[in-house]
Design a protein around this ligand. Structure first.
Ligand code: XIL
Length: 315
């Protein structure tokens, strides 16, 4: 048994997890992370982001990303690259917004090209552009949109394709897990890219979800994206709850995990699921959502929670 083993037996490409370099000294943790029966895919949760990769213009630092790619290779795990262009965890020199349109275009092109080319052949899929949308489905105002306009997105996708023609290229976002205005915005972008021949292969549904509030239309939403001829993945799944943990909440979380996972299981175009780290010990949730946590299938002592069995049942 194991999550990846079960996922693969059901025709999925992988079951995966995010990890961060700073946790790789924790031996019991790394043992679970490296178990190919549990995880067939890894995403670096921080070290391929712009602020790390190119902290100063023209100075590239691939150390952290390389370490995770090497770990994944040793474990025969796929890697999802995260992420080329994002307004958050962006290097201050870009964020400052002091470049004109054509200069910023070449900055995006250069950053994306060097990052994707550096890992050529080693990455299953790239989150080329992350969190580009507002809740109402319009494009988010970022230094990229404000300086270049909407075409910054296709610029990044074209550069990524040229740099590693075999990597799958994804647009990735949160709150696009179920049907709604934001999901429709992404749908329209993919449709437009397909019509105009702009390279795009997949849509990443982050799936940072809340206990008892799983969208009811995840399956329909995945099917709708799939109808455009792209694949779909759940790229950052976690289901957070208000602390403290109770047995009732853990039971609900098991149900919620099963519900999300089964939506992916039901649609062949949904190729895999990635949880946003595996243990509550290293989840981003407590640091970002006050009073919330316990979002992952392993607890802080690296023991499996009911959620783990919800995933198995959903696969
Ligand atoms: C999070 C990381 O897990 C944290 O360590 C970091 O402090 C902030 O970013 N959406 C994304 C991810 O696309 O990159 C974010 O990762 C979580 C939300």
């Amino acid at each position: 048994s194991g999550l990846n083993k079960v996922a693969k037996s059901k025709g999925k490409l992988y079951f995966g997890t995010a990890t961060d370099n700073i946790y790789l000294g924790d031996k019991p943790y790394v043992k679970i992370l490296s178990n190919n029966n549990e995880f067939g895919q890894i995403t670096p949760s921080n070290t391929m982001k712009w602020e790390t990769i190119e902290p100063v213009r023209g100075t590239f630092n691939f150390t952290g990303g390389d370490e995770i790619v090497a770990l994944a290779k040793r474990n025969r795990q796929l890697v999802r690259g995260h992420t080329c262009v994002w307004h958050s965890q962006l290097a201050p020199w870009v964020e400052a917004g002091k470049f004109d349109n054509s200069t910023l275009q070449s900055i995006i092109k250069d950053h994306t090209t060097k990052l994707v080319r550096h890992h050529k052949g080693d990455i299953y899929a790239w989150d080329v552009v992350n969190e580009a949308f507002n809740e109402d489905g319009t494009l988010r105002e970022t230094v990229f949109l404000n300086t270049i306009g909407p075409s910054y997105i296709e610029l990044a996708f074209r550069a990524a394709r040229a740099a590693d023609p075999r990597a799958k290229l994804y647009i990735n976002d949160y709150n696009i897990d179920g049907l709604g205005d934001k999901s429709t915005g992404v749908y329209n972008l993919v449709k437009d890219f397909k019509r105009r021949g702009v390279p795009i292969d997949g849509v990443g549904l982050q799936a940072h979800l809340i206990l008892g509030q799983i969208p009811t239309t995840i399956k329909e939403n995945i099917q709708k994206f799939a109808s455009l001829g792209v694949e779909v993945a759940l790229t950052e799944l976690d289901i957070r709850m208000e602390l403290p943990v109770t047995p009732e909440k853990l039971k609900q979380q098991r149900k919620d995990y099963e519900a999300v996972i089964s939506a992916c299981s039901a649609v062949p175009a949904c190729v895999g699921v990635t949880i946003w780290d595996l243990t509550d010990k290293y989840s981003w949730v407590p640091g970002w959502f006050e009073g919330e946590g316990a979002a992952l299938p392993w607890d802080e002592n690296l023991e499996k929670k009911p959620a783990y069995y919800g995933i198995v049942d959903g696969l």
